[in-house]
Design a protein around this ligand. Structure first.
Ligand SMILES: CC(=O)N[C@H]1[C@@H](OP(=O)(O)OP(=O)(O)OC[C@H]2O[C@@H](n3ccc(=O)[nH]c3=O)[C@H](O)[C@@H]2O)O[C@H](CO)[C@@H](O)[C@@H]1O
Ligand SMILES: C=C(OP(=O)(O)O)C(=O)O
Length: 441
C-alpha cells in the first residue's frame, strides 16, 4: 500500500485554480497557539492527559515527535490527543524538530517545572523579523534558575533547593514569556506574580488546563497573573481547546473576498472583536450567532487603516490574511502598520507578482484598489504570508502555485479539505523539485 509518510513536509505546493465563488460552511479547529503550549505543558502532569479539539497541523506532529524523544506516549485519533507522561525521561532537546516550530520554547518552562532542568535548542518558527526570548530568560532567572547559552542551546538549571516564587515585570506583554513563566512557576515554592502579562485568550486556556490539574493560577486574561506553587499536578478531566481565532479570521477574510455566503462555525466572537470591527468598517456585513458567523457576499468596500496590537487589539497574525481584502476596496488607500512585527511584510512582494497594487514604505504597507489579480508562482515564506497568498490565489484568475505551502500546514487545520468543501479548486502536492515523500509499506 502507498502511504504518504510526511503529510506535513514543508516542501509542498498548493495549487489553486482561482476565480470561483465559494459558499457553504466551514468548521474552525482548536487554536494552534493554545495547542502548542498545552502539549508541552502536559508533561507537568503525573497522570495521562486528554486534549480535545486538537487541530491537524504540522506543529502538533512535530511536538508529538519531541515528546516521543522523552518516552512520552501520544495517541492522536481524529481530534483527540492522549498524552501519557507517566514514564517520561528527562532528555535534552538540542536540535532537529526543535527548529521546526516556535513553540518548542515551551519545553523550557515545562521541563524546568517538572525536572528543575531543561536543555533546549534555540526555537525556530516564522521568519517575521527578530524574535528575542530575553523576557523568558529573565523570568526563569527571577525564579532562581541559572541560564547558560552553549552551542546554540539553552541550559536552564534550578538551584538544589528548587525554584522559588518571584515578582516578574515583563518589558512587553509577551505571549511566550507569560506562558513559559507560568509553566516554570506552577511547581515553584511560594507565590509568583507576573506583571504586564500577555492577555491573549490562549493564556486563559493554559491557566484553565493547569488549574484543572491542581495548579493555582489567578488573573489569567488580565495584566497581573498570580501563581501559587503546588507540589504536584495530576490531570483528571479532558480539556477542550478554544477555537482558533486566527483561523476563523482568515476564513472571514476569504469569505469577504470571494464568498457567496459562508458560515463559519465554532468561533468565540469576543476573541475576534477588534478584527471584526475592522472588517465591518470596510463595509462587510456579518451576522453573529452564538458560536458561528455568517459572512454575506461583499458589496462596495472602502479602505481602512490597520494597526496591529496586543490582545484585545488587532492581532498581528491577521494582518496578512486581511491584506487581500483591502485590495478589493473600491477607493482610497489602505494602510497596514504592524506594531508587533514591523518586518512582517514578506507577502507584499508575492502579491505584486499577482498584479496587486500594493507597496511597502518604511515598513508601512500601502494598498490600493486592484480590479483583478492573476495567478502566479509565489512563495509562502511563513504561515500567515501563506494564508494571504492562499486567499489571493482563490481570488485570482488562472492558476496560482504557492511554494513552501508546508508553512500553511503549520497552522491551518485540514485546509485543503475545508477549502474544497466550500467549492475551491485546490490541491496540495509534493514539490516536484524536491525528492518524493511517498513510500511503499
Ligand atoms: C506560538 C505562539 O503563540 N506564537 C504567537 C506568539 O508568539 P511569541 O510568543 O513568540 O510572541 P511574543 O508575544 O513573545 O512577542 C511580542 C513582541 O515582543 C517581542 N519579544 C518577545 C519576547 C521576548 O523575550 N522579547 C521580545 O522582545 C517580540 O519580538 C515581539 O515583537 O505571539 C505572537 C504575537 O501575538 C504571535 O504572532 C504568534 O503567533
Ligand atoms: C507567527 C506565528 O506562529 P509562530 O509563533 O508559531 O511562528 C503565527 O501563528 O502567525
Amino acid at each position: 500500500m502507498k502511504v504518504e509518510k510526511d503529510l506535513f513536509s514543508p516542501m509542498k505546493q498548493m495549487i489553486i485554480h482561482g476565480g470561483k465563488p465559494l459558499q457553504g460552511d466551514v468548521w474552525i479547529g482548536g487554536a494552534k497557539n493554545s495547542t502548542v503550549a498545552l502539549i508541552p505543558a502536559s508533561i507537568l502532569s503525573r497522570t495521562p492527559v486528554t486534549l480535545e479539539g486538537v487541530p491537524r497541523i504540522a506543529d502538533v506532529d512535530n511536538l508529538m515527535d519531541l515528546l516521543s524523544e522523552m518516552d512520552v506516549l501520544c495517541d492522536f485519533h481524529e481530534t483527540t490527543l492522549q498524552i501519557n507522561p507517566e514514564n517520561i525521561k528527562m532528555s535534552p532537546l538540542p536540535a532537529g524538530k526543535i527548529k521546526s516550530l516556535r513553540a518548542s520554547y515551551y519545553f523550557m518552562g515545562a521541563l524546568l517545572g517538572r525536572f528543575g532542568k531543561a536543555v533546549v535548542g534555540f526555537p525556530g518558527g516564522d521568519d517575521i523579523g527578530p524574535r528575542p526570548i530575553d523576557q523568558h530568560i529573565k523570568g526563569f532567572e527571577a525564579l532562581g534558575a541559572t541560564v547558560k547559552n552553549e552551542n546554540d542551546q539553552i541550559i536552564i538549571t534550578a538551584p538544589d533547593s528548587g525554584l522559588h516564587g518571584a515578582k516578574i515585570h515583563l518589558k512587553m506583554p509577551s505571549v511566550g514569556a507569560t506562558m513559559n513563566i507560568i509553566m516554570a512557576s506552577v511547581t515553584a515554592q511560594g507565590q509568583t506574580i507576573i506583571e504586564n502579562a500577555a492577555k491573549e485568550p490562549e493564556i486563559i486556556d493554559l491557566a484553565t488546563f493547569l488549574n484543572n490539574m491542581g495548579a493555582t493560577i489567578r488573573g489569567a486574561g488580565t495584566d497581573t497573573i498570580r501563581v501559587e506553587g503546588v507540589a504536584r499536578l495530576e490531570a483528571q478531566i479532558p480539556h477542550t481547546i478554544i477555537p482558533d481565532r486566527i483561523e476563523a479570521g482568515t476564513y472571514v477574510a476569504l469569505a469577504a473576498c470571494i464568498g457567496n455566503g459562508i458560515r463559519i462555525h465554532n468561533i468565540i466572537e469576543e476573541h475576534l472583536d477588534a478584527y471584526l470591527a475592522k472588517v465591518e468598517e470596510m463595509g462587510v456585513v456579518i451576522d453573529a450567532d452564538e458560536d458561528s458567523l455568517y459572512v454575506y457576499p461583499a458589496g462596495d468596500l472602502k479602505m481602512v487603516q490597520v494597526r496591529t496590537d496586543v490582545y484585545p487589539g488587532f492581532a498581528t497574525d491577521l494582518q496578512q490574511p486581511i491584506t487581500p481584502l483591502l485590495l478589493t476596496a473600491k477607493y482610497g488607500e489602505g494602510v497596514v502598520i504592524d506594531n508587533i512585527y514591523p518586518k512582517r511584510i514578506g507577502h507584499i512582494a508575492q502579491l505584486q507578482k499577482m498584479g496587486a497594487d500594493i507597496k511597502v514604505e518604511d515598513n508601512i504597507i500601502l494598498a490600493h484598489p486592484t480590479a483583478k489579480l492573476h495567478g502566479a508562482e509565489v512563495i509562502a515564506g511563513e504561515i500567515r504570508a501563506g494564508a494571504c497568498l492562499m486567499i489571493a490565489g482563490l481570488m485570482a484568475e488562472g492558476k496560482t502555485v504557492i511554494d513552501k505551502a508546508g508553512n500553511i500546514l503549520r497552522g491551518y487545520d485540514r485546509v485543503e479539505q475545508k477549502l474544497r468543501r466550500l467549492g475551491a479548486d485546490v490541491e496540495i502536492v509534493d514539490d516536484p523539485e524536491v525528492p518524493g515523500v511517498l513510500d511503499t509499506i
